[in-house]
Every structure is written in C-alpha cells, then in structure tokens.
Design a protein around this ligand. Structure first.
Ligand code: RAM
Length: 518
C-alpha cells in the first residue's frame, strides 16, 4: 500500500524568529566508543547461536565468500571504523567488501535484492567498499543504527587475504541512559521492558527527536508527542522538546497548518506531508511541554499556532462538526490497512480540543475558552449520535459500521466514555478483528485502559505486547509489531521496518506515571 500524503502546490511561511530560537537550542551530541561483544564466522542457513564464535579476530584471515558477524551487544546509533590489512602475496586487486548494518538478528538473513516495497530501498543499511591499498584504516562516513554488522568478503584475489582489527562503534545521542535509574519493581519483565524503552528513546534522541534512526531519521509530530512524554519522566531534556516545537511552529503552510514532519539538514525544511491528527497533536505536545517545564514564555509564543490547528481542522467538518466528507483530509491513526479512521479522528479532535481549552485558559483568553467549550459540547453530542451504536454498545466507523480497537481507544482517551462504562466497552470488543499494528496505537489503547481504571488490564497488555518483543530478542522497541503476524509491514517488506522506533517506548512513561502498574 503506497501512501500519498503530499499537498501539491503548497505555499509555506517561515517565522524566522522561531527558527532562530530552535537553532540556538542545537546541542552537541554525547559520544561513546563501543567495541564488539562477540564475533562469529557466518554460516548460511544457521542462526547466530549455532555459528562458530571467534575468540580473537586478529588471529583470522578472510578470503572470497567468507563472512563475519560482529555483535556489539546492544543497539546503538553512530559510526563504524576498523582497520583492514592484506595477508599473503602483495595486494594485486582491491579488497571488495559488503558491509551490512542490522538492528536485529533477522536482518542478517534478509537479502536486500529481494526488496520490492514502495518506500526507498536506500534505507536498507548496507555499503560496498573497494579497498585499493592495504593496510587501511576505514572510517565509514554514514551514520547507522545497529547492533550487528555483517561483513561479506566479496573478493580479495587468489594471492592475498585480509585480516581485521580495531572495530569501533562510535555511538552518538543527545542523552545517556545510564543516568536514568530503571523502575523499581520485582517484576523482571517490567524491568526489561523499561530498559529497552530507555535505550529506544536514547537512540532516537539526536539533533531532534527522530522517529527511528534507521528510517525515517526525521522529526514527526505524532512521534514527538509520545517521545516528549517519556522524556519528561526520564532524561528531562526540555530543550530538545522546545527546539522541536519551535521548528514545527516556525515553518507552516500559509494558512498556519503545521506539517506532519520536517527535516533539519542541511537546514530546517518542512515536508509537504500533512496529517490532520499530527497537526492537532501540536496542541497536546505544547501543553505537555508547558506542564513539565512551566516555560510560560514558550507557551505564550507558540500558543496561537497551537490554537490555530483547531480552527483549521474544522474546514474538514460538516455542520454537525463531524469530519466529513472523507477523502478531503489525511490522517494517520495506525498502519492497519483496513482501519476506517473517521471515528478515531473524531476522538483525536476531541482529545486535542480538551488540551486547547487548557492552553486558552493558561493564556487567559476567556473569550476563546467559552468558544472552545461550546464547540466541545456540540462536537461531543454529534459524535455520540454519529458513532455510538446503541444496540451493540460500541463505537462504529464508516458505511460498514466497522468496529475497531482504534475507534474505541480514541473515543475513551478523549473522554467520551469513562469509568466502568468504558472498561466494559473495552472488554466487549476484546474479540474484535480490526486490531492494532503499531506500538503507537497500542499506546493509546493502554492509555484508554488506564483512563478508565483498568490498571491490571493495562499492565497485562504491556507484558503481552511489549513483553513479547523482549521475548523475541528486542533490546530496543520496534516500529511495527503484530504478535499475531511478525512479518507484518505496511511497506511491502519487513526489510525496511525500523526496529528502534521511539513511538514504541511509552511503557517507560506508563510505569513512572502510573506506579500502581508495577
Ligand atoms: C512512518 C514512520 C513515522 C510515522 C509516520 C506516520 O513513516 O514510522 O514514525 O510517524 O509513518
């Protein structure tokens, strides 16, 4: 399924002062050199645990069709360097190597030639090197996200072989997870989940909050909202959030609509992708930032951009304040391809409207507070009429009256159903087939459970969903995970999936915000 979210022929405006504030908040990244924890001789058809482990890499010489695997022990983000020497006769041909970087073990066994998906194969992390003169100190220029490296010796010559030494992984991040204590609990699985969550967030905290350091390596608003929430409880890097908020507010469509994502290199640039849910999340991200930092100056400066998103969303609504007709706007919600998103989108609007009211109150804009409250009342009444199925006692979406987890979760997160009634609703849909594909959507579900007092269900779901990833070897959490279908990918192949994706590490937030979970 290809997605075309771009708005064509769009005019943009740049607020230079906002961009200047953002640029002044740029940080120098922390660096740490990591050596491999283990080396293996690659054996086709075998899993890592079955391959020959190499005690001292310097004892070995490698020729055509040999392959080595390096395991750095944990996922990291940064730069690989190593030295390569010629052994035997004088070097009479280039040493020709393929270096492949893998976030998880399964990527070691996947072949990029097999990839036929709709997003760029350029994201697959591999390079071909010609080393003309040995010995050579190789410092690879491109930043990669990985735990494992596979080096294929594609060719040397019949007369010489190569030997390797000094493998160093220079990791980079804005923060260091060793400064954050793990949650205190007797439950070992929760601690593992917490550790993987912190590592995921650390590795995504770079010049901005990246969605995933393998792919897309950029700042997405929906992802930022969740990353920032975890950050307030862990790394507490308020300036990094502030930088991202100013970047979003500093580059908008000419009507003020905030983009879904943006780039920062070589200079800040807004993407032409617009997702209604993501634009609205600027409101919640700003309010959360204010609540954590108490930075009133930023709230004052960016508040108007946030409140503007509510007005802009309404152009896609009918007179009853229902998002209609469909197709006039794009929204994300989840990567589930069959999901009907109208009801969830309505829930997201109500969720962010509640936050917009709080912003208006904090800014002392009484007139706006009255106006937004009226909208809230009207919209809630219409939403109930449109989406609540009295007979089945569930929220439905679309002409086929689809029942999905996403619709229920967003409606509860927005306060449309509360307490016992909401708990029963979530129990009622437990067999529903239109499920959740991303940890991002699973986050909303856990939030909905906690909002209506379902603490033990929320804990059980965290163990079921994130725990299953840990059981499958995750030391950072993945962009997509469907426990019922591990091969799932919206991109046409799992080769391109990202396995350190920050929207997936919210258990670190839940376990600190709701200690009763532990
Ligand atoms: C994907 C990325 C990103 C997400 C968007 C909507 O490209 O995974 O994290 O925010 O989709």
């Amino acid at each position: 399924m290809a997605t075309d979210w771009a708005i064509k022929d769009m005019k943009t405006i740049t607020i230079k002062e906002h961009i200047m504030v953002a640029e002044q908040l740029k940080q120098i990244l922390l660096e740490k050199n990591v050596s491999p924890a283990a080396y293996y001789r690659y054996d086709t058809g075998c899993k890592l645990a079955e391959m020959e482990k190499i005690a001292d890499i310097t004892d070995y010489q490698w020729g055509k069709n040999d392959s080595i695997i390096l395991d750095f022990g944990h996922h990291g983000v940064g730069y690989l360097s190593f030295s390569c020497a010629g052994k035997g006769s004088p070097q009479d041909a280039p040493a020709f190597l393929k270096v492949k970087f893998c976030e998880v073990e399964r990527e070691l066994y996947e072949e990029s030639e097999d990839y036929n998906g709709w997003i760029s194969r350029g994201w697959i992390q591999e390079e071909w090197l010609h080393l003309d003169q040995l010995p050579k100190a190789v410092a690879m220029e491109r930043r990669y996200a990985f735990r494992y490296v596979k080096i294929d010796i594609l060719d040397t010559s019949p007369k010489f072989k190569v030997a390797f030494d000094h493998f160093i992984f220079k990791t980079v991040s804005a923060v260091n997870m060793e400064t954050v204590p793990l949650v205190e609990t007797q439950n070992k699985m929760f601690r593992k989940i917490d550790e993987a969550s912190l590592r995921t967030l650390q590795n995504c905290m770079q010049d901005v909050f990246e969605d995933g350091p393998k792919r897309d390596r950029r700042l997405w608003l929906g992802d930022l909202r969740l990353q920032a929430m975890i950050n307030y409880h862990t790394f507490k890097d308020y300036n990094l959030v502030k930088r991202c908020l100013y970047l979003f507010a500093g580059m908008t469509k000419d009507d003020g609509m905030i983009a879904a994502c943006l780039f920062t290199e070589p200079k800040p640039l807004m993407d032409d992708t617009f997702l209604l849910d993501y634009s609205l999340f600027f409101i919640s991200a700003l309010l959360d930032y204010y609540q954590a930092s108490k930075d009133m100056e930023t709230l004052k400066q960016l508040g108007p951009s946030a409140l503007r998103q509510i007005e802009l969303a309404e152009q896609f609504m009918n007179e009853e304040m229902i998002f209609e007709p469909e197709g006039r706007y794009h929204c994300f919600v989840d990567w589930n391809e069959i999901l009907h998103k109208q009801c969830a989108m309505q829930g997201i609007y109500l969720f962010t409207l509640r936050d917009a009211i709080q912003i208006a109150e904090l800014l002392g804009d009484c007139e706006r507070v009255v106006q937004l409250n009226e909208k809230q009342e009207r919209c809630k009444a219409s939403a109930l009429k449109k989406f609540w199925d009295e007979e089945q006692q569930v929220f439905i979406s679309g002409p086929d009256r689809q029942i999905s987890w996403a619709s229920q979760a967003w409606m509860i997160a927005s306060g449309m159903k509360q307490g016992q009634e909401a708990q029963e609703l979530l129990r009622r849909i437990s067999g529903c087939e239109v499920g959740m594909v991303t940890p991002y959507m699973n986050h909303v579900y856990v939030q909905a459970l906690l909002d209506c007092g379902g603490v033990s269900e929320a804990g059980a779901h965290i163990r079921y969903y994130w725990g299953k990833m840990v059981e499958e070897g995750a030391d950072t959490f993945w962009e997509l995970f469907n426990p019922e279908n591990p091969e799932e990918s919206p991109y046409g192949s799992s080769i391109i999936n990202s396995y350190c994706h920050a929207w997936s590490c919210t258990p670190a937030y839940f376990m600190r915000e709701y200690p009763e979970l532990l």
